[in-house]
Design a protein. Structure first.
Length: 206
């Protein structure tokens, strides 16, 4: 990305277990600092290994509500019973410094901002199948059975939003998915066929 180009938001959404976080981490580590992840605020308790200020700003409901009142969020949503929000000050500071910012947000958050982000990029990652998604959720071992059930139940609702994104990308093979993502982000020649991917999406919804 040229340093003269205006920095953009790069929005990523996906059902849990689609492999979004690993892809985002790799995009960022290959970017030599000109793409960074927006660190959101959430009322969800930290998982083992997560750190305040690195993974999220872990705050109380009262603090979250106060930030809402002060209009401190670009968008916010309730996801699986907890509040999550993109901090306006965080994003503005990066964009002013010409750093592209990845927003890892859910479909509701995207829906709130999609009409105001015309120069930006939105990407929805889909898994090869729902059973593969379930396998990934179980094997990553981050969530209880109850939470996994809740997340799987929500998948079809989330997938219905996918067509609203600029790109629907199938995460089948990590390396080739990563190549597709970097082509999109760096504006390289990439043979993207939305129709093919919408059909993959329809298969998932059947
Ligand atoms: P997790 O609890 O697994 O970290 O995230 C759960 C979901 O919340 C993911 O789909 C993630 O993209 C979404 N999420 C994380 N931060 C934000 C945010 O700031 N806003 C919205 N709308 N969703 C978020």
């Amino acid at each position: 990305m040229s340093s003269r180009a205006k920095a953009r938001l790069i929005i990523f959404s996906a059902p849990s277990g689609a492999g979004k976080s690993s892809l985002i981490q790799e995009v960022i580590s290959q970017s030599s600092g000109n793409i960074q992840l927006s660190i959101s605020a959430t009322t969800r308790p930290p998982r083992t290994g997560e750190e305040h200020g690195r993974d999220y700003f872990f705050i109380s409901d009262e603090e979250f509500n106060e930030l809402k009142k002060q209009n401190s969020f670009v968008e916010h949503a309730n996801v699986y019973g907890y509040q999550y929000g993109t901090l306006r000050s965080f994003v503005d500071e990066k964009i002013e410094n010409n750093i592209n910012v990845i927003l890892d947000i859910d479909v509701q958050g995207f829906d709130l901002i999609r009409n105001s982000i015309k120069d930006d990029i939105s990407i929805f990652i889909i898994p090869p199948s729902i059973s593969e998604l379930e396998k990934r959720l179980v094997s990553r071992g981050l969530d209880s059975d109850e939470v996994i059930k809740k997340r799987l139940k929500n998948v079809k609702t989330e997938l219905k939003y996918a067509e609203l994104y600029d790109y629907i990308i199938l995460n089948d093979q990590f390396e080739s998915t990563l190549n597709e993502l970097t082509s999109i982000i760096y504006n390289e020649n990439f043979n993207y066929n939305k129709e093919t991917n919408v059909n993959l999406l329809k298969d998932l919804l059947d």
